[in-house]
Design a protein around this ligand. Structure first.
Ligand code: HEM
Length: 169
């Protein structure tokens, strides 16, 4: 087997879909206590937290649970939820801060490699959400796939066994 087949996805490395459900569960409890974010999320449906967990896990190359829930237009549905909301940088920043606070509280994997790829996804995703929220129409086309976010430039923790500065062959 090619060695690459044994590399865990970031989702798997972090503990799978359940870990992301745990993360968003505590995160949205904080959101509803937060003066900057509460007005944005006050009408969210009860299942919102789970849906965001499923989306995040799928992006981080986990099982396609979000796609299974919404079908071929899953990405369009997700993007559509942000359209027209006119989100502000202050709200985006607080969203990221509270999510990272929640990650530490539930003991989400905190190795440099996982956190680096995770924060890169959050930076990208939240900035895209703010940009999309300024639009009045959904730019996503039919059947557009949910993006995949891998280990990126840091490679995975599988490369760091033994020594932090081990040379790659
Ligand atoms: C990586 C960043 C983000 C991800 C992965 C994400 C993911 C999602 C998903 C999957 C949904 C749809 C949930 C469903 O299917 O029912 C959603 C809806 C929503 N998101 Fe985001 N989001 C992100 C960033 C943000 C930010 C920064 C804000 C605001 C500060 C935000 C505000 C909302 C709101 C208000 C909804 C609609 C909630 C409702 O149905 O009432 N999102 N998001």
């Amino acid at each position: 087997m090619d060695n690459k087949d044994q590399i865990p996805s970031p989702c798997e490395w972090a503990g799978g879909v359940e870990k992301f459900e745990q993360l968003t569960d505590i995160f949205y409890k904080k959101v509803l206590q937060d003066p900057i974010l509460e007005p944005v999320f006050r009408h969210m449906p009860a299942e919102h937290s789970k849906h965001v967990a499923h989306f995040m896990a799928e992006v981080l190359m986990g099982p396609k649970v979000y796609t299974a829930e919404y079908g071929d237009n899953a990405l369009k549905h997700m993007v559509g939820k942000h359209i027209g909301r006119k989100l502000k940088e202050e709200q985006r920043k607080r969203w990221v801060d509270l999510l990272l606070e929640s990650a530490d509280e539930i003991g989400l994997a905190n190795d440099p490699e996982f956190r680096s790829t995770f924060i890169a996804h959050l930076e990208w995703g939240t900035r895209v959400a703010v940009l999309n929220s300024q639009l009045d129409e959904n730019p996503t086309t039919e059947n557009e796939q949910i993006p995949e976010w891998g280990w990126g430039e840091v490679k995975g923790p599988y490369e760091v066994v033994g020594s932090l500065f081990q040379k790659k062959k």
